[in-house]
Design a protein around this ligand. Structure first.
Ligand SMILES: Cc1cc2nc3c(=O)[nH]c(=O)nc-3n(C[C@H](O)[C@H](O)[C@H](O)COP(=O)(O)OP(=O)(O)OC[C@H]3O[C@@H](n4cnc5c(N)ncnc54)[C@H](O)[C@@H]3O)c2cc1C
Length: 338
């Protein structure tokens, strides 16, 4: 779902056409309970919703992240939230109408999901402006708290992304930690900038039910290693809700491709335990992510997070083939899981 948000922004996809009924998982013998989890009780091995309590032998926590724009005063009130599905159609309509001025894009918290996505969004917005004829009159600035564009991708890939942005007249400003937003003004730890339109990636946080159950400290995610095992027996955390450190500074990025691989490894190990067999599946940290560059093209960032001594990343040149692969990536997942 998240992936299509960018296609809604550039007008190539409608939200309504992107939905799938999750109830189809029932065909696979999985009971789908459409209720909020209000409490996880790892001591008594139980999960509670408003109406029911479920006891478990194994628990996989896959609750993703919650967006926390409230952590930056004025962020929500004075701009659009790129990752909020309610703001996505507003961004689409606004950029189609804009004639001139300054668009600021800002990453305002770390870590955030799909690290290349905000850069893709910037490139797609620039393409829309080229289509509407407003591009020459619109300045685009991209602010990030990190010194380089994609720290998890390393300096080489970051430089390549920097150059792609530059070629599209999107100015990247590293080391800009947002502290507050006022009407038409974004304030950083040092300095400030004016904007006409602000599009931000807000801070993320672990869902409160996870923090309340003691799986993660406030402001942190569930710390696990490649087994995805939490500190509680037979309880796993996969996907965006977890944090797998690769070095003391770099964590596995929050991405669907990794959530999927972690889920498969955990499922295999649970099956092994049920069958009293050896658990030998691990999340291997290999995957990749598309970097859409506009006009039906995309690059591909290939990743091996656990390569030694450092994670390996490579940005494959932008092409129409990679864009077609991105579309197939979505279709394959829908077919396989839903
Ligand atoms: C714009 C954008 C583009 C992206 N593009 C890509 C891409 O191209 N490739 C890629 O690999 N990744 C991409 N991602 C990242 C990807 O979407 C996420 O990493 C992935 O969805 C994480 O899966 P998850 O299952 O951990 O969490 P989610 O997909 O967020 O699922 C968590 C679910 O848990 C539910 N939940 C939360 N709390 C509760 C509760 N208390 N009770 C019941 N349910 C609850 C939520 O409602 C949600 O449905 C993109 C993200 C964005 C924002």
């Amino acid at each position: 779902m998240d992936l299509v948000k960018l296609w809604i922004i550039n007008g190539t996809r409608e939200f309504e056409l992107s939905k799938r009924p999750i109830e189809t998982v029932t065909k696979k013998g999985i009971e789908f309970v459409n209720e909020d989890v209000l409490k996880i009780d790892p001591v008594n091995k139980a999960v509670r919703t408003r109406y029911r309590q479920f006891h478990y032998d194994f628990l996989i926590i896959a609750l993703g992240v919650e967006l926390a724009p409230e952590k930056i005063p004025g962020l929500k009130e004075n701009g659009f939230i790129l990752y909020d599905i309610n703001d996505v159609p507003k961004i689409r309509d606004t950029i189609r109408r804009v004639k001139s001025g300054k668009i600021a894009m800002a990453i305002t918290g770390l870590p955030y999901k799909c690290p290349p996505a905000p850069f893709e969004a910037a490139l797609l917005i620039r393409t829309v402006l080229e289509e509407t004829g407003a591009s020459d009159s619109v300045q685009m600035d991209f602010f990030s708290p990190t010194p380089i564009t994609l720290p998890a991708g390393g300096p080489q890939v970051s430089e390549e992304i920097f150059q792609i942005l530059k070629s599209k007249k999107i100015e990247f400003h590293g080391n800009h930690k947002t502290v507050a937003v006022e009407p038409n003004k974004i304030k950083f730890e040092e300095g400030e900038a004016n904007f006409d339109i602000l599009i931000s990636v807000p801070p993320h946080k672990a869902p409160s039910v996870v923090v309340e159950a003691g799986f993660a400290e406030s402001g942190k995610f569930i710390a696990v290693d490649k087994t995805c095992k939490t500190k509680y027996d037979r309880v796993y955390a996969i996907g965006d809700v977890n944090q797998i450190m690769v070095t003391d500074k770099i964590a596995v990025p929050k991405a669907g491709i990794f959530a999927e691989a972690e889920g498969i490894a955990v499922a295999r190990n649970i099956i092994s335990q049920i069958k009293h067999e050896l658990e030998n599946a691990v999340f291997d940290g290999k995957g990749g992510c598309f970097l859409e560059t506009g006009k039906g093209t995309a690059g591909y960032i290939q990743v091996d997070m656990f390569a030694t001594p450092d994670p390996l990343t490579q940005l494959q040149t932008s092409s129409t083939e990679h864009f077609v692969e991105k579309e197939k990536f979505e279709q394959d997942r829908l077919k396989k899981w839903l």
